[in-house]
Design a protein around this ligand. Sequence first.
Ligand SMILES: Cc1cc2nc3c(=O)[nH]c(=O)nc-3n(C[C@H](O)[C@H](O)[C@H](O)COP(=O)(O)OP(=O)(O)OC[C@H]3O[C@@H](n4cnc5c(N)ncnc54)[C@H](O)[C@@H]3O)c2cc1C
Length: 431
Amino acid sequence: MEYPEVELLAIGAGPSNLALAVAIEEMAPSDFARKCLVIEQHEDIVWQRGMLLPWAQSQVSFLKDLVTMRNPRSRFSFINYLYETDRLHDFINMSSLLPFRLEISNYLQWVARSLSLVQVRYGRRCMRVDVVRSAAGEITGWMVELSDGSVATARNLVVGVGRDPHIPEIFQGLDKTAVIHSTEYAYRVGMLDHAAPLRVAVVGAAQSAAEMLWETYQRMPAAQCAMIMRTVGLGYYQTSQFTNELYFPSFTDTFYGAPAEARQRVLQEMRRTNYAGVTPELLNTIYRQMYLERLTGQQRLRMIPSVDITEARMEGEEVVLTLTQHMTGQHTELRCDVVMLGTGFERTLPALTRAIADLIGVERFMVSRAYRAMMPATVSAGCYLQGTNEESHGIADSLISVLAVRAGEIVDDLLAAQPSTELLTSIPVPA
Ligand SMILES: Cc1cc2nc3c(=O)[nH]c(=O)nc-3n(C[C@H](O)[C@H](O)[C@H](O)COP(=O)(O)OP(=O)(O)OC[C@H]3O[C@@H](n4cnc5c(N)ncnc54)[C@H](O)[C@@H]3O)c2cc1C
């Protein structure tokens, strides 16, 4: 058992908390930075582990890395990563602003390795959070149980665990082996028999669903792949330089200051710029392949638009989906071996954050402009939420677009909230 006592414990070593670690190293006193710890449940850092497909590209410019929008001179920039790993010329020659997803993932690992003050610990999942109270009953810190059996205490928590996968209730009664959510696709698909004539149903009409369809189709030459969607057909992301300005960090102030109804309206209008579309390259690739299949009469790809899945059940090892047509109300059955869910993420706060709110006796956390959860007066411990504040901070909150600037705002707030007394006397974090 180890009992590290830190100023700040950041849960999850994804882009959000790595950007925070960089901002702490660059903005905070080194005494403070040495008492900051990032924990990651996995043994390594991988960006979008479940969808790390070799050909998939990031959808935002490489200039929106973990730091450049806050500090363009930082040594933690994506450009410096390319330079240090001797790949700058190759990247420039590719003539694209959009790195491969794999390359972003490698960049995140490089950033974590390049930190010199903030510590990153792997293989430590946050299992449970409890509070630390002063003799007067004030909540002054957090006690966090980790999966390796250790407990860490911290004055401040930063939750950056991403969002929980959304698995619609209708699929929850199916055998776990027959259902693959996009967040686990890359490693679960490897367990399927690639030579078998499997019948695969992909549910959803956005980028993740289209990526799963295309990857499965290519990897499994005997598979029949159907894509089931509520919409009338796959559509492109509806984006432009104009709407992209709403992803600027400077838009966060406007959004945060607006009335709730106005924020809802903007989020609704912005949906197709991020969630409900497919990149033109992938959409065109899939369409061309379907065209070729019709030409050669060897059809393995199929689109099933304008339907609701109204029932899902197992019959032996077979999944039976009931599809209800929007136009006719008619029900049909689709039998398949595997269902792949491109159904996105829960809109509610992640289970871990909800558990912390319950602990404090708050029904639902609201966050300040600086991402600090608003607490009752009896709580002096800090808790910051990253990546789950779309409703209050705008559509860019779950994306890479704002996280360099957001990290700086959190560090400013943390330092301003530091008590005038000495920093916590800390037991060094063991290696
Ligand atoms: C397929 C896909 C593609 C995307 N592509 C883009 C893109 O091109 N551009 C863009 O801007 N955004 C993209 N996004 C949005 C994405 O959410 C952000 O890019 C970014 O990953 C958010 O970072 P994060 O650190 O907040 O969360 P995450 O990236 O989800 O990282 C969370 C980390 O926390 C760890 N963790 C979770 N629970 C615990 C626990 N209890 N204890 C310890 N560790 C834990 C996880 O293992 C993970 O490492 C994409 C999302 C998906 C799903």
